[in-house]
Write a protein that binds this ligand. Sequence first.
Ligand SMILES: NC(=O)c1ccc[n+]([C@@H]2O[C@H](COP(=O)([O-])OP(=O)(O)OC[C@H]3O[C@@H](n4cnc5c(N)ncnc54)[C@H](O)[C@@H]3O)[C@@H](O)[C@H]2O)c1
Length: 337
Amino acid sequence: MRVLVTGGAGYIGSHTLVELMGQGHEVCVVDSYANGSPEALARVQTLSNGTLEAHEADIRDTDRLTTIARAFAPEAVVHFAGLKAVGESQRQPVEYYDVNITGTLSLLRAMEAAGCPRVIFSSSATVYGEPVYLPYDEAHPTAPTSVYGQTKRMAEQILTDWAAARPEAAVMLLRYFNPVGAHPSGRIGEDPQGVPDNLMPYLAQVATGQRPYLQIWGDDYPTPDGTGIRDYIHVVDLARAHVAALDRAAAVTGAEVYNIGTGRGSSVREMLDAFSRAVGRDLPAQVMPRRPGDIAEMQADATKAATQLRWKAELDVGDMVASIWTWQSANPKGYRT
Ligand SMILES: NC(=O)c1ccc[n+]([C@@H]2O[C@H](COP(=O)([O-])OP(=O)(O)OC[C@H]3O[C@@H](n4cnc5c(N)ncnc54)[C@H](O)[C@@H]3O)[C@@H](O)[C@H]2O)c1
């Protein structure tokens, strides 16, 4: 298929490009490089032994996006471009609504102009909010607790309404759990700017000596070892879920929502121990008070993706930490090295 990928130069986008190109899809990337790197795209091409078209553009620039979409004539779009830091979204709500909502509306206009009926959207488990029950299935009520989560829920609604108005449209809403890991080659991976917001990139920087110790935000949660539990998913598994969703979008119409996780939870301490094993020494950590808004435990029920998308996570925590370590030791400063 001809696939337009917004935000393809970012973390999940770059890994998905490798899988898409590996399956013979023709890709065109639109990225503003606000948090992505042209170097990532160069490495994707080497890894895939192929070429891709790339445009530096902001998805909110509807005229530019329409021109690109008309020329490329995509059969589907994978929409990654957006802002994603929960804490930052509380401080900069206007920017988050603008990029994540105005950007999505702008994309739909460009898709309409180019006659493209399919879109795979990067949503997030943050749309669920506090668990009413666990694991979360797709029928769990949505009640996001952050501006970021609100933008994802609103974008899901916009895309669902768009699909309802167009009989030929197919929309796949993928609710990612906690993506971690890197391509096993160590050539592409997560390259956070500034202080990492998430556990694994932070831990990777502790391992390379860029940070003195890991901060464990609370060890008095009602979990077996007291630290928070998350459903970590290897970014390569996640990337493959997009290929499966594209296949599904080619076969059905309407909007569908899928949890993309492993269905298994791991605690902060378990991830710390696994990373220490990969590095071959105990990584330092200090317990800090709980962070406001954090919840004790999040796990996906990923049965629907297994039955409908015929997709299942295959890689385990060992693969996750080993790949991060390969990436981080070869690229301690990310794409800036
Ligand atoms: N990483 C996670 O933990 C996670 C979890 C759930 C959902 N998601 C969602 O998945 C998507 C991709 O996440 P990621 O981790 O790869 O993030 P990322 O920041 O690495 O990638 C996003 C890409 O979008 C680009 N971009 C940002 N604003 C843009 C704009 N206005 N126009 C064009 N390009 C723009 C950035 O330059 C970047 O390359 C995001 O929508 C994010 O909200 C991520």
